[in-house]
Design a protein around this ligand. Structure first.
Ligand SMILES: NC(=O)c1ccc[n+]([C@@H]2O[C@H](COP(=O)([O-])OP(=O)(O)OC[C@H]3O[C@@H](n4cnc5c(N)ncnc54)[C@H](O)[C@@H]3O)[C@@H](O)[C@H]2O)c1
Length: 259
């Protein structure tokens, strides 16, 4: 497939640029900053800019939308970075007749849910931050465009993307680079119509999240954080950090004022 990857210079984006071509995809990249040219070229610009979004979406089969600020920010900044950019790309997709989006949502859309039982995609949105509110809102926007505009979308609620897990929490929430590529491949290839949510984690023995919906869309994770359990050093604050699925954003981050 011909796939536009936004946020292509970032940690997940650069991993997808390396991995998706080996699964048969031709990539166009978009980011605020320059990067190495993939087969369909690199667009440098802000995907909030209508001209940039229109140019970048032309001629692709699917959009993988990763661009955004992955950190906590004010409410307007968070909404602009995650919701407005999603809306801009969706409108560009409609203009070009592109119907498939894979969206980088986050576990922080449900981050204030107490951990303990395996969380399904039926859990109510329960953000832990303005960032989480923006991710939950972007999911709502995708649902609207699925129902009213014929868009097919998968919101990938990514856990913790790293080369390897770095904390006890990440033994539950880790998404490996290889599984990030497999997950995104499944999200753009699936023929299941409408709006769907999956949990973007590897097949972790200690997973807090239900992998069933992802598997139903074709995501077959291959890695397990447990392979690193012996090299992850437990910390005194692990139990407190792990009381909520959003981890330290719930227990350590002081929520900033909205404005
Ligand atoms: N890394 C994780 O563990 C994780 C977990 C959950 C969700 N996510 C989400 O996945 C996405 C990618 O995360 P990442 O870790 O690769 O982040 P990153 O910060 O490494 O990369 C984000 C990239 O997006 C670009 N960008 C930001 N705003 C843009 C805009 N308006 N137009 C064009 N480019 C823009 C940045 O320049 C950057 O290269 C983000 O939306 C993030 O919220 C990441």
């Amino acid at each position: 497939m011909r796939v536009l990857v936004t946020g292509a210079a970032g940690s997940i984006g650069s991993t997808l640029l390396r991995g998706l071509p080996s699964l048969g995809h031709e990539i166009r990249a978009l980011d605020l900053v320059d990067g190495p040219e993939p087969a369909l070229g690199w667009v440098t610009g802000d995907c909030l800019d209508p001209a940039v979004a229109f140019e970048a979406v032309a001629g692709v089969d699917a959009v993988v939308h990763l661009a955004g600020n992955p950190d906590e920010a004010s409410l307007p900044e968070s909404l602009e970075s995650h919701v407005h950019t999603t809306g801009r790309l969706l409108e560009a997709m409609l203009a070009h007749g592109v119907t498939r989006m894979a969206y980088a949502s986050s576990n922080h859309a449900v981050g204030h849910t107490p951990s303990g039982e395996v969380l399904t995609v039926a859990a109510r949105p329960r953000p832990d931050t303005h960032y989480g509110v923006a991710k939950a809102s972007a999911e709502a926007l995708l649902s609207l465009y699925a129902d009213r505009r014929g868009i097919d979308a998968v919101a990938m609620r990514i856990g913790s993307f790293h080369e390897q897990p770095t904390s006890v929490r990440e033994l539950s929430t880790w998404l490996s680079p290889g599984d990030a590529v497999r997950m995104t491949d499944a999200a753009v290839r699936t023929t299941v119509p409408g709006f769907h949510v999956l949990y973007g984690i590897s097949a972790n023995t200690r997973s807090w999240w239900d992998l069933g919906p992802g598997r139903a869309l074709g995501y077959d994770p291959q890695d397990d954080a447990e392979a690193y359990a012996d090299v992850v050093t437990p910390a005194a604050g692990d139990a407190a950090e792990n009381a909520y699925v959003g981890g330290p954003l719930v227990t350590q981050l002081e929520l900033p004022p909205a404005f």
